[in-house]
Design a protein around this ligand. Structure first.
Ligand SMILES: Cc1cc2nc3c(=O)[nH]c(=O)nc-3n(C[C@H](O)[C@H](O)[C@H](O)COP(=O)(O)OP(=O)(O)OC[C@H]3O[C@@H](n4cnc5c(N)ncnc54)[C@H](O)[C@@H]3O)c2cc1C
Length: 414
């Protein structure tokens, strides 16, 4: 029976960052996953380290959007009809959390974590030679309608209050940044302090390599085997049982597979999302992620090509992929950027693990001594992985924390 100080379950960007932070504090740590490091949700995202996020994605306030979504004509969202009754309580809670006052409250509660997001990545990147994947070229958001752009005023006001710079650009200003974009939009906002990476999988792998260099051990095993064994936790792995007094659950969209049977019922749902890679035609290129707000998709340069990611799909996590949003997006995307042929063979499907109030759960599992949770990073798991790793490592060590962890406690749902 092997023993360690701590076991981290799940080797996505969140679990890997946690394992690395714990190892940096001199703890012996085992990182357990049933698949390859960083190969699930943390592989396929849009690569944005969006530390200057103000509001979380909200339930549509634009009344025009709802019928479009209901009729499955919207590009920004899709759903499986058979899944709606199951997810309805979550959607209603999400809608309540999307009231303007609640969004402002959430923006304040998540800011301390987000304000450290990029610095925490950079600190780990410096140690791991991953800086080569980092682009500090900002994030460009395009708006085709005046109405959509006008609705952003509360976000601009709060950004000013938070001291987050942004530039409102006209088409000429945009083309100075991204000459390959066609002026099919009316307004644009440039967020210069956002960063992005050209290969999210390589970033997680680099952090994992540093973890290994510090003596951390990576083991293949099924987290669902976790159980109490005396005064410790035990998980069964391919290399036998592994015991530790402390365990961190960082299973992303799979967290409920472990927590539900333990009686720890948290309202974690998934917003599914897809990506495809494309070649650019001729000399066309992008230097940064670009959001085309309506229809609602994102294109970003990756090592594999131009990665196009879709908005939310409400469907069971394990249901077969239904990438219909691409049919709605492609004509609009091609009029914005000269996309060439596909640069990959298949469409990737991932699941954003989301709580209805758009805040992650980071901290102790209520009533389970030694069990910690780092789940529900929704649209921002890549962004918040290293900041989460530092926060939870500080909490586990009983050290002062760099931000108040209270807004991320699981107890808010119990
Ligand atoms: C289309 C899309 C675009 C996105 N764009 C961005 C973006 O630009 N910026 C950003 O910050 N975020 C983005 N996100 C969100 C981000 O990708 C996620 O929040 C993040 O990857 C979650 O990381 P994680 O480590 O919690 O989960 P994961 O990366 O999914 O890791 C969980 C791990 O748990 C393992 N696991 C599961 N079950 C078991 C088990 N029973 N036993 C052992 N191991 C198990 C899995 O194999 C996996 O490795 C995007 C998401 C999507 C879908």
């Amino acid at each position: 029976m092997a023993r360690t100080d701590a076991i981290v379950l799940g080797a996505g960007i969140v679990g890997t960052s946690i394992a690395l932070h714990l190892a940096k504090r001199g703890m012996s740590v085992a990182l357990v996953d049933r698949a390859g490091l960083g190969e699930q949700t943390s592989y396929g995202n849009a690569g944005i380290i969006e530390g200057n996020t103000v509001f979380p994605p909200a339930f549509p306030a634009d009344l025009g959007a709802l019928p479009r979504i209901a009729l499955k004509r919207a590009a920004e969202a899709n759903y499986h009809l058979s899944f709606l009754p199951k997810v309805a309580p979550w959607i209603l809670a999400f809608r309540r959390a999307s009231q303007p006052k609640r969004l402002v409250e959430t923006a304040h509660l998540i800011r301390p974590l987000f304000s450290h997001a990029l610095a925490e990545h950079e600190a780990l990147m410096l140690e791991t030679d991953a800086t080569r994947y980092l682009r500090k070229t900002g994030w460009l958001k395009l708006y085709r309608s005046a109405r959509g752009y006008k609705a952003l005023q509360p976000e601009f006001d709060l950004a000013a209050e938070f001291g987050l710079p942004l530039q409102r650009l006209d088409t000429q200003g945009v083309r100075a940044l991204e000459p390959s974009l066609k002026p099919v939009f009316a307004h644009a906002v440039f967020w210069p302090q956002a960063a992005s990476v050209s290969n999210p999988l390589a970033v997680t792998r680099a952090y994992a390599a540093r973890f290994a260099a510090l003596g951390g051990v990576t083991v293949t095993g099924d987290a669902r085997s976790l159980h109490r064994s005396g005064d410790r936790w035990r998980v069964e792995t391919n290399e036998g049982g592994l015991d530790a007094p402390e365990v961190v659950v960082a299973l992303g969209p799979w967290a409920r597979d472990l927590l539900d049977p333990m009686g720890l019922k948290l309202p974690l749902a998934v917003k599914r999302g897809y990506h495809r890679h494309f070649k650019a035609r001729g000399n066309a290129a992008l230097a940064r992620p670009v959001l085309d707000a309506t229809p609602g998709y994102l294109i970003t340069p990756m090592e594999q090509g131009i990665r196009m990611t879709t908005g939310a799909e409400f469907a069971a996590r394990d249901a077969a992929p239904t990438p219909v949003q691409f049919d709605r997006i492609m004509p609009r995307a091609r009029e914005l950027f000269p996309l060439g042929e596909r640069a990959d063979g298949e469409t990737w499907l991932g699941c954003r693990p989301c709580f209805p109030d758009s805040r992650p759960v980071i901290g102790r599992a209520p009533g389970r001594p030694g069990l910690w949770l780092a789940i529900g990073h929704s649209h921002w798991g890549l962004t918040l992985g290293p900041a989460t790793g530092r926060l939870i490592a500080e909490m586990m060590a009983g050290d002062p924390t760099f931000c108040d962890p209270a807004p991320y406690r699981a107890e808010r749902f119990l």
